[in-house]
Design a protein around this ligand. Structure first.
Ligand SMILES: Cc1ncc(COP(=O)(O)O)c(C=O)c1O
Length: 393
């Protein structure tokens, strides 16, 4: 079927975090919400049908995990990413973050270090710091408009005996990199050589633009697979985040034996009936939707890029290779973080994630979610242009 991503749906007063929580979280209830990573598009029809069928049954009791969960996960990984997960363990979790938080509990002691690559999705930092561990940032470097990994620095950090885990964000939120095979192999080798466990958060892996390919870390070698926990979900790709369902994949029996009791004790393995239905339907039948969605998003990104270049040249888009989260380099505006926040949130009234949330490396940047109808993005650009013209005048 043909999906209509242009349709504007009023999400206000629906308990939507993005729309109804923009005041408390971003600082202006009238800001146009383009922050948290959820899309203003309905889920694919097979998902809607599955959820509707369950809703109409009228019975929403406890579920058990059927083989379809594993089968649908394996199918999607094979069809979309060419990854045959073979005999891997596939564990159900309520979402991606409990996998990261639980891995910190399972594999580190207070005072140990977790390697991350800032600027990075800020709950990665919370998973470490809120649990009394230390962030070791192998910060990405911006070289000629593109973020790169610093492998010498990674080697040094991984060699620290206190570094036990690396959180890899692949593709990377917020900088939009889709890492190459060469990059991933170096990360995998450095982590293996130093007994650092890789937690590869691949929740954005279905959002990859032409010229780039997502490579699951664990697909690169048996040794990497034995040293990796992969976190995937239908939540971003099909806009089902509120249904609370994700999967932890690992080929290692030892990892499964360590992680499963921790996840179970954290009570993040109890199944959402609606989530399970939606997940299986999405991974079994979501290709048509994803293909059309990627084309639509590429159009939004091209529009954003050309509008910024033409009308607001001091705001530069870091060219995304993947994800629908745009990383805007606003340093040329010459504002400190408080002024930049005020400019976007209050002067322009567009609600974006603030760059400094992603670590000090995000200072001078803002993150914009463009998974919305073109008309919404046009309205955001109109607001931003007006504020920009008032500012630069
Ligand atoms: C990289 C990354 N990981 C995890 C999450 C959160 O996923 P979940 O809601 O499944 O915990 C997000 C959401 O934006 C994300 O961008």
């Amino acid at each position: 079927m043909i999906y209509d991503f242009d349709r504007v749906i009023d999400r206000k007063n629906t308990f939507s975090s993005k729309w109804d929580n923009v005041g408390p979280r971003i600082g202006n209830p009238d800001a146009l919400p383009m922050w948290v990573a959820d899309m203003d598009f309905p889920a694919p029809q097979p998902v809607v049908d599955a959820v509707r069928k369950r809703a109409e049954s009228g019975i929403y009791g406890y579920a058990f995990l059927p083989p379809e969960f594993r089968q649908a996960t394996a199918r999607w990984m094979k069809v979309r990413h060419g990854w045959d997960i073979g005999q891997a363990h596939v564990l159900y979790t309520t979402s991606i973050l409990p996998i990261l938080f639980s891995a910190v509990q399972a594999y580190t002691q207070p005072g140990d270090k977790v390697i991350v690559q800032r600027p990075v999705y800020y709950p990665f930092l919370q998973a470490v710091e809120n649990q009394g561990r230390e962030v070791s940032s192998n910060s990405l470097r911006l070289v000629n408009g593109r973020y790169e990994m610093d492998f010498d620095d990674l080697e040094r950090r991984a060699a620290d005996p206190k570094a036990k885990i690396m959180f890899l964000c692949s593709p990377h939120n917020p900088v939009g990199r889709v890492f190459t095979e060469q990059e991933l192999r170096r990360v995998g080798e450095i982590c293996l050589a130093n007994h650092v466990l890789v937690i590869s958060d691949e929740v954005h892996s279905d959002f990859v633009y032409p010229g780039h390919k997502h490579i699951p870390m664990a697909s690169l070698s048996d040794a990497f697979a034995q040293n990796t926990i992969t976190a995937v979900s239908t939540s971003k790709t099909f806009n089902t985040a509120g249904l609370r369902t994700a999967a932890m994949i690992t080929h290692s029996d030892a990892i499964r034996e360590v992680m499963e009791p921790v996840l179970a004790n954290n009570r993040v393995m109890s199944i959402s009936t609606f989530g399970l239905d939606a997940y299986v339907a999405a991974y079994n039948g979501g290709e048509e939707y994803v293909e059309q969605l990627l084309t639509y998003l590429a159009g939004n990104i091209a529009y954003l890029d050309s509008t910024l270049k033409a009308d607001m040249p001091k705001i530069r888009l870091i060219q995304p290779e993947g994800t629908y989260l745009m990383w805007l380099d606003c340093r040329e505006l010459g504002m400190d973080d408080a002024a930049l926040d005020d400019f976007f949130t209050n002067k322009a009234a567009v609600g974006l994630d603030k760059g400094f949330w992603f670590g000090p490396e995000g200072s001078g940047f803002m993150r914009m979610n463009v998974a919305c109808p073109r008309a919404t993005l046009e309205e955001a650009m109109r607001r931003l242009r007006e504020a920009y013209e008032n500012y630069v005048r």
